[in-house]
Design a protein around this ligand. Structure first.
Ligand code: NAI
Length: 450
């Protein structure tokens, strides 16, 4: 679905008019296009006094990607990104110098630019109060800064989990994702790298080469975008949806040169049918994306089993059962990845969505509790929590409510299915092998909730 207001304030006469009237002007976001540079300009690396060596390591990583890396801002320099390295930050007072230096270079940040912080977890056992305050401070600073950025620029952070080294593949992988156009609608988020696991792909543009993925609910919307993105990144994709969507499903399967499986995921034999299909058609299974989802909004005072039951059955009970059975089958490859669709409604709650909120928060619980089992199998399980995304699902929301929901984030617009798909493709990739049990919001920094 199109956002007419966004189009108007970014073109011709209406753009000038909107500027004169001082109307909010959501920017056209920098999204992935083959052949575009990874970052739209130079990269400035800043650090606190104690993190100079760490900054060297990350600067070296980015030089390896042929980025134009600078350690000092000189007057009139423009930047496509600023990376703020704070891994050895020892006290809140030490944030002052790098933060003021960052502030001084923000006006030179290109449209669609990126600010990425790299810091360490504040929840490590045994940390002194001062160290915990310093590390937690990065969180509040980053979320506030992201709300100040304009022109489609975003601010996000990488948090190193306990014992995770700066040279871990997923630190590089996450940094590259956050710098790139693939993270267009990820804003104000801090993603934790939980282990040194993962590998750098032989080809950054096709990290999923040779892998087989199953995507549920893939006949349209976000699911279809996920199928296209995983295929673009090299995977063979099995698209799954209900028989009533058979025609649209076949079209997506043809487009991605994958295969279609008509299936209601709430059926008792859903996992068995998925496993039989991948075994006979593709011979392996590496990635599973639990995307199928339904809404049946009602205030709780008016809720009946008609609204409650399908939402819980599709959104959480089916992913739980299918994950259990697929894991138990031993059919998954040596580095399996499972990615689930949660929602910001499962984090912040939403009026009229007690059923949906319960199901999507349930998905988050499932992901956190399953991380150990997946790690033992050499894999990961994570969730992506979209905010307002322009799909058939949100097109049905009444106009006024929809307009408020879509503007109520730092980027002042709804996301595209592609934005969610990019985050899923990243979490499914070898370079995200050290990110496990996490929830990544793709919501343009929705103002509601954490
Ligand atoms: P959509 O309604 O456009 O597509 C969902 C797909 O799932 C449909 O093709 C539908 O046929 C399929 N499906 C439903 N029940 C099924 C079942 N029992 N078995 C197999 N397939 C089934 O939804 P959209 O917007 O693309 O959402 C995809 C996912 O993202 C859902 O899990 C949704 O809850 C989540 N999400 C979407 C947001 C948005 O703003 N659009 C926001 C937050 C989360």
């Amino acid at each position: 679905m199109t956002d007419t207001y966004l189009d108007l304030v970014n073109s011709g006469f209406t753009r000038t008019l909107a500027k004169r009237l001082g109307l909010p002007r959501p920017a056209v976001l920098r999204r992935f296009r083959e052949g575009d540079p990874l970052v739209p300009g130079r990269v400035l690396v800043l650090h606190d006094d104690d993190s100079s060596d760490a900054a060297d390591v990350l600067a070296e990583t980015m030089l390896g990607w042929d980025l134009d890396v600078h350690r000092h801002a000189s007057k009139d320099d423009g930047f496509g990104a600023v990376v703020l390295v704070l891994t050895e930050l020892s006290a809140p007072s030490r944030l002052r110098e790098p933060l003021l230096a960052l502030g001084g270079s923000l006006r030179a940040l290109a449209p669609g630019g990126r600010v990425v912080t790299v810091s360490r977890t504040a929840t490590e056992p045994g940390l002194s109060a001062t160290l915990a305050a310093a590390r937690q401070g990065v969180d509040g600073m980053l979320r506030s800064l992201a709300k100040e950025l304009r022109g489609g620029a975003t601010g996000n952070g990488i948090v190193l989990g306990e014992g995770v080294g700066l040279d871990a593949p997923s630190v590089a992988g996450t940094l590259r994702f956050l710098l790139s156009a693939r993270s267009a609608f990820v804003d104000g988020q801090l993603l934790t790298v939980t282990s040194d696991g993962g590998t750098i792909p032989a080809d950054w543009d096709r990290p999923l080469d040779g892998q087989v993925a199953v995507v549920t609910g893939a006949a349209r919307g976000i699911g279809a975008a996920i199928a296209r993105t995983l295929a673009r990144d090299g995977a063979s994709v099995v698209v799954v949806d209900v028989p009533a969507s058979g025609e649209a499903l076949a079209a997506v399967a043809n487009e991605v040169r994958g295969s279609a499986l008509q299936l209601d995921i709430t059926a008792d034999d859903a996992a068995a049918r998925i496993l039989a299909h991948v075994a006979s058609r593709h011979g392996r299974l590496d990635l599973l994306v639990h995307n199928a989802g339904v809404l049946r909004d009602k205030l709780l005072a008016n809720m009946t089993p008609k609204q409650w039951d399908p939402v819980l059955a599709v959104n959480v009970t089916a992913p739980l059962r299918i994950t259990d059975q697929v894991l138990a089958s031993g059919a998954l490859g040596t580095a399996p990845r499972i990615v689930c669709l949660a929602s910001t409604s499962g984090i912040a709650g939403n009026r009229g969505q007690t059923n949906y909120g319960a199901s999507k928060a349930g998905v988050i619980g499932m992901v956190r509790a399953s991380a150990g089992a997946l790690a033992a199998a050499g894999g990961t399980i994570n969730a992506v929590a979209p905010g307002f995304i322009e799909t058939d699902m949100t097109a049905r929301i009444p106009f006024a409510t929809r307009e408020i929901a879509r503007r109520f984030n730092s980027l002042q617009q709804g996301g595209q299915p592609q934005d969610v798909a990019e985050a899923i493709a990243f979490l499914a990739s070898p370079q995200a092998g050290g990110v496990n049990g996490q929830v990544l919001r793709v919501c343009g920094q929705n103002m509601v909730g954490a």
